[in-house]
Design a protein around this ligand. Structure first.
Ligand code: SF4
Ligand code: SF4
Length: 389
């Protein structure tokens, strides 16, 4: 049985939050004394600069609550993160993490130091470069944010580990693995490596910030913050993601990292292996949570024949910047793994997109600080909806 604790928490008020996080650990069978003497790599979702209350990043007060508990248990918390485009220092400085890091005197690991992690049981990627700070740590604590995601449907504990890879290497993986299923396989190889690949394996704990979550066109500025009022904790990231997806009232069958995760022998093989403790699921479950529209073409049997340049343009949603919001900061251009974005042509104030080269990874959507990039359906996408009925 994989145990996931559910604790109600309605705000980021530090007193309420710290109590809720501590309770979630206890209920998940993890006494804070387990941190005694340990150097603990604490990995929030701090991919980019975003407002604290935008539900795009793990809330800095959630991070504060976790590091305080680790320290109270006798451990030494270290922030480990490798943002996609900006330096970690800049992301810290531009978010509420700056004051939390200073007030709590937390060290940030250098994301430029990288080491290769070998996991022989991985399906395809047996050697993955990750921040060497994970090697230096005795324990790993993931602090995922629950959000919708245009590719992986949801992002939570499993997808969080993607941030263990160095900065731009992440977006290059989208280029190597443009299909959703391949990408999910890679995420599970990485998750397996982080969980079982160290010698000896390091204790890993996932504490999910699902107090304010992101619905709609997440995981970036296109999504909408929404209260779920929950803290989830568990040792199995697939189980934590499964529980959170159920709380959102979403179909776990649409989350490849959960469905494929069940087949991996990573400690949970079906929803019946999941035991939730604490607050009853029905007390927190939502009935009108809005999923990301994504592009269902890649997640069903129709995928293969359409995964070509021509059919992609006809059937898959394309990212389109909006001139009224775009500031020509070119963060989208910097992150694009396919080199599909060029500078604006004269007279236009949006970047130029090459939709033939675009692999629909939606990294640009996620990174755009203005929420200026939307999705437009492919010209014949209506046909797919018709066929699926
Ligand atoms: S679309 Fe967004 S990320 Fe790209 S240049 Fe405009 S504001 Fe910057
Ligand atoms: S244009 Fe956007 S969606 Fe297309 S490959 Fe580049 S980053 Fe990905």
């Amino acid at each position: 049985m994989s145990v996931v604790s559910l604790v109600r928490c309605g705000s980021y008020d530090s007193a309420e939050l710290e109590g809720a996080v501590e309770k979630s650990l206890e209920k998940a069978g993890f006494a804070k004394e387990c941190f005694a003497g340990a150097r603990v790599a604490v990995k929030p979702n701090l991919l980019t600069v975003a407002k604290d209350d935008s539900a795009i990043i793990t809330h800095p007060e959630f991070f504060r609550a976790a590091v305080r508990i680790i320290r109270a248990g006798g451990g030494t918390p270290v922030l480990v993160e490798s943002p996609a485009v900006h330096s970690l220092q800049r992301v810290i400085k531009k978010t509420g993490y700056a004051s939390v890091m200073e007030e709590e005197r937390i060290e940030a690991a250098d994301p430029a130091r990288v080491k290769t992690l070998h996991f022989e049981s991985a399906h395809r990627f047996k050697y993955i470069d990750i921040s060497s700070a994970y090697f230096d740590a005795d324990m790993i604590v993931g602090l995922p944010k629950f959000k919708t995601h245009g590719i992986t449907y949801i992002t939570g504990a499993v997808k969080l580990m993607f941030g263990a890879m160095p900065g731009m290497e992440k977006s290059k993986m989208h280029l190597r693995l443009p299909g959703h299923e391949d990408f999910a396989d890679f995420l599970l190889d990485l998750y397996g490596a982080m969980t079982f690949g160290f010698d000896p394996p390091k204790p890993v704990l996932h504490i999910m910030d699902a107090i304010a979550v992101l619905e709609g066109e997440g995981p970036g500025q296109g999504g909408s913050p929404r209260q779920m009022n929950a803290v989830l904790a568990g040792k199995n990231g697939i189980a934590v993601d499964c529980a959170a997806t159920c709380l959102a009232g979403l179909d776990i069958e649409k989350v490849s990292t959960i469905v494929k995760g069940f087949e991996r022998g990573y400690g949970i093989s079906s929803p019946s292996d999941l035991e939730t403790v604490g607050e009853p699921v029905e007390n927190l479950q939502m009935s009108d949570f809005v999923p990301a529209s994504g592009d269902s073409i890649f997640s069903n049997a129709f995928r293969w024949p359409f995964n070509t340049r021509t059919f992609k343009n006809l059937f898959v949603e394309r990212p389109v910047p909006r001139p009224e919001l775009c500031t020509l900061c070119y963060q989208c251009r910097k992150i694009c793994p396919a080199g599909a974005i060029s500078k604006a042509v004269k007279g236009k104030n949006i970047p130029e997109y090459d939709y033939g080269a675009c692999i629909r990874c939606y990294c640009c959507l996620e990174i755009c600080p203005e929420g200026a990039i939307g999705k437009k359906p492919g010209r014949l996408q209506w046909l797919l909806g018709f066929l699926e009925k």
